[in-house]
Design a protein around this ligand. Structure first.
Ligand SMILES: [Fe+2]
Ligand SMILES: [Fe+2]
Length: 271
């Protein structure tokens, strides 16, 4: 990502304003700027897409790998990770949204779209949760997220979360779903999905629950609007009805996935 000094200065309010800012405000402003630039790159409408070979050539130019979770690396050059607020003793899904997944714009906007489109509650919940495992790691995030949520949500919700990842690679005109330009940008225009993704797609085509993950891809919201007001409040009733919050708190319930929640709660643990 190329940063132009004049663009950054314009965002800060000009050289004079920038000169009067303390270093912490400057660091925060820089981080916001970089994060917006990154969003712009992801929602770019530039029709030139890289090839798979060009995408691969960029690997050794980074200090991180593309699959790393958002909590674990400040991805923009020059940015630093932030101090994280501590989690309460018995954390709920709301605490994870507020303190670890935030701002969670993409999933909140996807769930809002699903609600507006009159989707069933299990699907709205799937849309709300579908990409949240990207805090932990992005590679195979649908599979990680489905496992992380399986003990707490309806089976169909976990199914929808798991397989949205495979279906995103395959267009379905019947649902108005097109292969996303974002994937051409991220993976290369000549990219062929991995064998497990192709196999899952073949399985899903004849599965009675095909529609569940397909509806997540249809409501996957990419027109990112940084000024959009997003909130988890419209989904509280659905969460209350369909999310089994463990009394001990997520991460403390000794479930087979408790360690995933603990890792998200305390990503600064060295080991
Ligand atoms: Fe996703
Ligand atoms: Fe998504």
């Amino acid at each position: 990502m190329e940063i132009k000094r004049e663009d950054l200065m314009a965002t800060l309010g000009g050289e004079k304003v920038a000169a009067g800012m303390d270093s912490e405000s400057k660091a925060d402003a820089l981080e916001d700027f970089l994060s917006n630039e990154l969003d712009k790159a992801l929602t770019s409408t530039d029709r030139h897409f890289p090839t798979v070979a060009e995408v691969e050539q960029k690997i050794p130019t980074r200090h991180f790998r593309m699959g790393v979770g958002n909590l674990f690396v400040a991805q923009a050059p020059g940015a630093r990770v932030k101090m994280l607020p501590p989690m309460p003793d018995t954390p709920t899904l709301y605490d994870f949204f507020a303190l670890r997944f935030a701002p969670a714009n993409h999933v909140l906007q996807s769930a809002a779209l699903a609600m507006k489109n009159g989707m069933p509650e299990e699907i709205i919940l799937a849309c709300l949760l579908h990409d949240t495992a990207q805090a932990l790691l992005k590679a195979d995030h649908g599979y990680w997220a489905a496992q992380m949520y399986a003990p707490y949500v309806p089976e169909k919700t976990a199914f929808a979360i798991k397989y949205h990842q495979a279906l995103r690679f395959f267009a379905d005109p019947a649902y108005g779903y097109e292969y996303p330009d974002l994937y051409r940008r991220l993976f290369g225009e000549d990219y062929v999905p991995l064998p497990h993704i192709r196999a899952d797609y073949e399985m899903l085509k004849n599965h009675p629950w095909y529609e569940a993950p397909r509806l997540v891809t249809v409501n996957d919201y990419y027109s990112f609007d940084p000024s959009a007001k997003v909130s988890i409040d419209p989904f509280r009733e659905i969460i209350g009805r369909h999310f089994e919050q463990p009394q001990e708190g997520l991460g403390n319930d000794n479930s087979p996935v408790a360690h995933m929640w603990r890792t998200i709660a305390r990503p600064d643990m060295a080991l």
